[in-house]
Design a protein around this ligand. Sequence first.
Ligand code: AP5
Length: 190
Amino acid sequence: MINIVLFGKPGAGKGTQAEFLKDKYNLVHLSTGDIFRFNIKNDTELGRLAKTFMDKGDLVPDAVTIQMLQSEVDKNPQAAGFLFDGFPRTIAQAEALDAFLASKEEEITATVALEANDEILIQRLLERGKTSGRPDDQDEEKIRNRYDEYNQKTAPLMDYYKSQGKFHTVNGIGTILEVNERLNQVFDNL
Ligand code: AP5
């Protein structure tokens, strides 16, 4: 099994690139943001809870997110591997994921980070916010809050995976296809 964490700041292109990668490498794509949005759309209890955090650009609490992610993994017992998009986002989530995979005699194969500077990414999100209806893309203050959350809680994961020798970076600037080519090169070598 190969289990990849696709890592990057909001707007780095994780969801866009995951659509290509999941098919090319036969991976189950699990986006915690998409799963939360699905629950919000269907007005579930989980969705109502997640919405109170997501609308402000805050992270959903670890316990809720970890339990949801684990249950999604368990729904796919035949998977050849997973592409985790937007998870883990805290050290507690990363540790929980490692322990959960270890209980299945599995592990994270690699973390691949899409790199781009904040100003380019904020422009991408403001642009998407015009048509996507995502409340967390609607104004710069919420977007900046997502970056604050990333810097405080998610950025430390880089050292977490570096210390395991599992951290790879890819330049996330350029066309979607250019970035995809760079990702394919890294994935082919895993
Ligand atoms: P989530 O849905 O994960 O949002 P995010 O990380 O903020 O990611 P985005 O979807 O905004 O960016 P992306 O990197 O996927 O880029 P994309 O491909 O979409 O999370 C949303 C919220 O859910 C969080 O804030 C939190 O509240 C909650 N949440 C989720 N996971 C959680 C967790 N683990 N713990 C706690 N809370 C959690 O691209 C962005 C835009 O750029 C698109 O319009 C795209 O078309 C465009 N684009 C992509 N690539 C390029 C390119 N190369 N050139 C030009 N434009 C491009």
